[in-house]
Design a protein around this ligand. Structure first.
Ligand SMILES: Nc1nc2c(ncn2[C@@H]2O[C@H](COP(=O)(O)OP(=O)(O)OP(=O)(O)O)[C@@H](O)[C@H]2O)c(=O)[nH]1
Ligand SMILES: [Mg+2]
Length: 1020
């Protein structure tokens, strides 16, 4: 296969209809990178022998060592089918849950995706997660069921069993898609109903409820994966083969004389071949017949595997000649039968053909971007499309046209920044010489040689006849010239070395981006729009026709930059480009001072920022880092800044204590960030603290029973111990606390007095607040703009309806005497005005509240009462909330016991256990406190000899039921737990650990009767 030249790729970039931007998505280890290898080898970039072993797109050293992908990377491939040429921009993504943010960055730039599923493991948690991601971004999926060879070699299934197994996998995956689809239809239906309700208010006509509108009506057949739709490929990436059923339909239509269209419909499903009648009949199972798929497809593959594995030379020969293949002696005599197998299979059913032709025929080109997706991309937060300024709404057509005309506005989205060694940039690399340059050099060398020869001759001549001075003169000048040349050459070497060293130390950032409209050119000036940029605001100040080259007034969240370099992304290599037309994925250099992680670039100030990426993983694992040598601090600070820019998900911050903190998605992610920091970005030795575990604090209702299940109030208190408990919650003077927890506190100048009471919110309210955080943020923005300038914003009717609905729901959930009128008295949400806490006021007649955007009243609301809130919280029973992971572990029956042992040792709780159909594998769903999770995956892997490996995903916060301040107060408790309550109190353990880290006072048990201990040890 010939390597496709950059020139050719540039040509293909111009034809948007032939472009496919796709990514490969799957659960960890299902074979994405191996599949990508096979596709890359079809373009001659790597040899087909190495495909699957090289894992070309895993270009980092740690990716190769650990065998998992950590960064998504892109490569452009060329494919030809049916006389049409295609450019495929392929992005390989990581499957490990810690790196799921890399998946989000990849999915945003694509129009379609290949979902890979391991034929043995089937649908796994990350498979579901990536399907959801694809769904959220409105991109179309196709399916590759990979590792079919494992069904033959490892599970030793018969073709019939394998068929049932594959059918099962398809059902599972379609069930996931189905549930995504149903939830969306229901949502839309609810929305429509709400709309029709509001319209029926005005038009008081008869409302006929249309029952059929909804699920039954909506055609969803194109969403499902089915081999007869042509969106499923069965494959074994490691053995280099793959096929869609149309391949076999074509093959057998000639052999058995049945139309390909008929075969295409019947090859998958419960049909069988009636050989006598030469007809395809339905109902294989009831008649005990082999389904067509088994008879015509799987049987053949199975017998090939059998023949090669058993080294049945005759049979292999027969198969090879009947298929018309040519196998070299090197492969057929290889000691490893797998090599032989690979050679046969990859010629017979080349996986790249099957997958790429499915991609080209089933996945959309950039021209097919849907209006729905465009609107979604353009509307940030709870804003709706029709609330955008008209100039902005007009841009929708630019997206839909995806045009590369001069007049089309340029719209580019940068989904992440990635660091490359400055050495690896094309302009710093020795580049192969062109023909002319080679000719030129040859000419120069010839001249030099001729010069030397002449000089030598001259010398000889001058030595002989001393009278001929002239020739001596030329000779010496020639020598001088030579010396000069040498000197400048040396200088060049020195300076280039210095430059190289400098380049060595420098990291260059490349933006991973896609052009949605227009043509980007090198050296072009363009607006960089931050996520908070608001076109409505800037269009007041700027004219919609202004360009980034004009001298413009400053606008918040907008800057101008020059596109310094454009690159074609070719896996480990970058190729320089002069311009990139709409519809392509590209790399952009020179943005590192303008873009932190992601951004929207446009030539039009009316362009809105794209919606933020949907990140599934929440950064939760924090560590503090410091340099080993304090003098290295500046490098660390710089390194952390670079790391932050290079990773979509990591957070770096400086805590109040001055500690530098890294927040990462999980242990593997943490390790990668630390390695990057040490070896690339800071290049210093660093020491890392133990993970800092996050906790939240909350209050609960007072318990009705005590720790020994006695009703509270009836027991006799133990006076002495009771005293200590009172001490712990000691409240300073000047603050009154009543029996119901109402705290009253005066300001130091005694001008004002505040009374605050803390109450636990009903759980549904907390959930409601968390779900609506976007809406609350929008309300906050509206309120501020109302306070500043009454008419700055026209509030969109839909948003208003949403706010009203939210208010109603809150009212429904805040019922009872305690919460009377509470919703109207909401002063603020918190923390930072949008969290799951509510601040209520109790002033009768006081109007100011969060609902002012509905009422249009204005007044200031400012009050700081940190102290009062703290004491109010302390006056109630306090509890810690722990961050919880969910994990799904697959384990065989024999290691199940050990998995449970590890789980229970680490305070894990099993939620569900079920057996995977058709296998002896159990799936265990459990929750585990983040605090107990460090080393969990490793421990499980070790205890089960690598048979089970869990992935942990942050799921929720959970109240730890024990009271961190608890001490025995009644006689029974005292008897049961002892004076010091020595038995484990999980909450206290966590609390003390935090206090210790913060250098706060920790009350710990001290050995009180040391003498007794001495008598125990006799050897003293
Ligand atoms: N038996 C078999 N093994 C395969 C096949 N494809 C891939 N593998 C193996 O599965 C392992 C994982 O393959 P990768 O391609 O790295 O998987 P991945 O999906 O890229 O993994 P992550 O990027 O870490 O999510 C490797 O050891 C491959 O050799 C296959 O078709 N059959
Ligand atoms: Mg991979």
């Amino acid at each position: 296969m010939v390597l496709t030249s950059v020139g050719k790729m540039m040509g293909l970039q111009q034809k948007a209809a032939g472009i496919r931007n796709i990514c490969v998505l799957a659960h960890v280890d299902h074979g994405k990178t191996t599949l990508a290898d096979c596709l890359i080898s079809s373009n001659g970039i790597i040899s087909s022998r190495l495909a699957g072993k090289l894992r070309y797109l895993d270009s980092r050293e740690d990716e190769q060592v650990r065998g998992i992908t950590m960064k998504s990377s892109a490569i452009s491939l060329h494919f030809e089918k049916g006389g049409q040429e295609y450019l495929i921009n392929l992005i390989d993504s990581p499957g490990h849950v810690d790196f799921s943010s890399e998946v989000s960055t990849a999915v945003r730039l694509c129009d379609g995706c290949i979902i890979v599923v391991d034929a043995v493991e089937g649908v796994c948690p990350q498979t579901q997660a990536v399907l959801r991601q694809a769904w959220l971004e409105n991109i179309r999926p196709v399916l590759v069921i990979n590792k079919i060879d494992r069904l033959i070699v490892e599970l030793k299934l018969t073709p019939q069993e394998a068929y049932m197994h594959l059918k099962n996998i398809l059902e599972q995956i379609n069930a996931v898609t189905g549930s995504l689809f149903t939830s969306k239809v229901l949502e839309e239906r609810a929305e429509k109903e709400a709309e029709s309700e509001s319209s029926s208010d005005t038009a008081a006509g008869d409302q006929i409820y249309d029952w059929s509108a909804g699920l039954e009506d909506t055609d969803d057949s194109h969403l499902y994966f089915s081999p007869d739709h042509g969106n499923v490929v069965f494959a074994s990436a490691i053995d280099g083969w793959g096929f869609g059923i149309e391949h076999f339909a074509k093959l057998y239509s000639q052999k058995i004389g049945i139309k390909p269209a008929v075969l295409l419909k019947t090859l998958w499903g419960d049909y069988y071949l009636n050989t006598k009648a030469k007809k395809i009949m339905k109902g294989d199972q009831s008649k005990g017949k082999k389904p067509l798929f088994v008879q015509l497809v799987l049987d053949n593959i199975w017998s090939l595997y059998e023949a090669v594995m058993k080294r049945d030379k005759e049979k292999i020969e027969k198969i090879v000649t009947s298929l018309g293949l040519k196998i070299g002696p090197r492969e057929s005599r290889h000691a490893d039968p797998k090599v032989h197998l690979n050679a046969i299979c990859s010629q017979w059913l080349p996986i790249s053909d099957a997958v790429l032709s499915m991609v080209c025929s089933k996945l959309p080109s950039p021209l097919d971007i849907t209006a729905e997706r465009v609107e979604k991309l353009m509307c940030v937060g709870a804003k709706t499309f029709d609330s955008l300024p008209p100039e902005t709404q007009e841009l929708k057509s630019a997206f839909l046209r995806c045009s590369s005309e001069e007049t089309a506005p340029v719209i580019v989205f940068v989904s992440k920044m990635f660091a490359v060694d400055a050495k690896a940039l094309p302009h710093n690399k020795p580049r192969p010489l062109t023909q002319e340059e080679i000719a030129q050099r040859r000419e120069l060398a010839k001249q030099r040689h001729a010069g030397k020869m002449a000089a030598n001759q001259g010398k000889e001549v001058s030595e002989k006849p001393p009278s001929e001075n002239s020739s001596e003169g030329t000779g010496s000048t020639g020598d001088k010239k030579g010396e000069e040349q040498q000197l400048t050459d040396q200088m060049d070497v020195v300076t280039s070395k210095a430059a190289k060293q400098e380049a060595d130390n420098k990291e260059s950032f490349i933006a991973f981006a896609r052009v949605f409209s227009g043509v980007v050119r090198r050296g072009q000036k363009i607006f960089v729009l931050g996520p908070k940029y608001d076109p409505a605001e800037s269009l007041h100040k700027l004219s919609p026709q202004c360009s980034a080259t004009d001298d413009l007034p400053s606008v918040p969240h907008m800057s101008c930059c020059t596109l310094e370099n454009l690159y074609l992304l070719m896996g480990r290599e970058l190729e320089e480009l002069e311009e990139v037309p709409a519809g392509n994925v590209l790399g952009i250099g020179g943005l590192q001072d303008f873009v932190l992680k992601s951004a929207t670039l446009s030539t039009s100030p009316a362009c809105p920022p794209f919606t933020p990426l949907n990140f599934e993983a929440t950064p939760i694992v924090r560590v503090a880092v410091e340099p080993k040598h304090p003098s290295d601090m500046p490098q660390l600070v710089r390194g952390m800044k670079l790391l932050n820019q290079a990773d979509p998900c990591v957070q770096v911050l400086i805590q109040e204590t001055g500690e530098h903190v890294l927040v990462t998605a999980g242990e593997v992610h943490l390790q990668r960030c630390l390695d990057d920091l040490k070896e690339r970005f800071a290049k210093i030795e660093i020491s890392v603290s133990a993970p800092i575990i996050p906790f939240r604090e909350t209050i609960t209702r007072p318990p009705k029973v005590d720790m020994v299940n006695e009703e509270i109030g009836k027991q006799q208190k133990v006076a002495v111990i009771h005293q200590t408990k009172e001490d712990q919650n000691k409240i300073p003077e000047g603050i009154q606390v009543d029996s119901d927890g109402l705290v009253t506190i005066s300001t130091p100048n005694k001008q004002a007095t505040l009374s605050v009471r803390a109450l636990p919110l009903p759980e549904e309210v907390t959930r409601l607040l968390e779900e609506n955080s976007d809406l609350i943020r929008t309300m906050e923005q509206l309120s501020t703009s109302l306070n500043e300038d009454k008419n700055a914003h026209e509030i969109n009717q839909k948003t208003m309806d949403k706010i009203k609905e939210f208010k109603q729901k809150l009212e429904q959930n805040l019922q009872g005497r305690k919460w009377r009128n509470a919703v109207d008295h909401i002063w603020s949400f918190g923390p930072r005005k949008c969290g799951p806490n509510i601040l209520l006021h109790k002033f009768e007649g006081y109007k100011n509240s969060v609902w002012q955007c509905l009422e249009n009243t204005e007044k200031e609301l400012i009050a700081t009462m940190k102290e009062a809130c703290r004491y109010a919280l302390q006056a109630k029973p306090q509890r810690l909330m722990a961050a919880m992971y969910t994990c799904e572990i697959m384990a065989t029956a024999e290691v199940l016991g050990r998995v449970y042992a590890v789980l229970s040792k680490r305070e894990g709780r099993v939620l569900q256990e079920e057996m995977k159909e058709g296998t002896d594998v159990f799936i265990i769903k459990a929750v585990l406190p983040v605090a107990e999770s460090f080393g969990f995956a490793d421990e499980i892997r070790k205890r089960t000899s690598g048979l089970a490996s869990p992935q942990l995903v942050f799921s929720h916060w959970e109240i730890i039921s024990s009271d961190p301040f608890w001490v025995p107060t009644t006689e029974e408790e005292y008897l049961h737990f002892g004076e010091k309550a020595d038995s484990e109190n999980q909450a206290r353990k966590y609390m003390n650990a935090v206090r210790k880290r913060k250098g706060l006072y920790v009350e710990e048990k001290i050995v009180e009767h040391a003498e007794k201990q001495r008598t125990l040890s006799r050897n003293k």
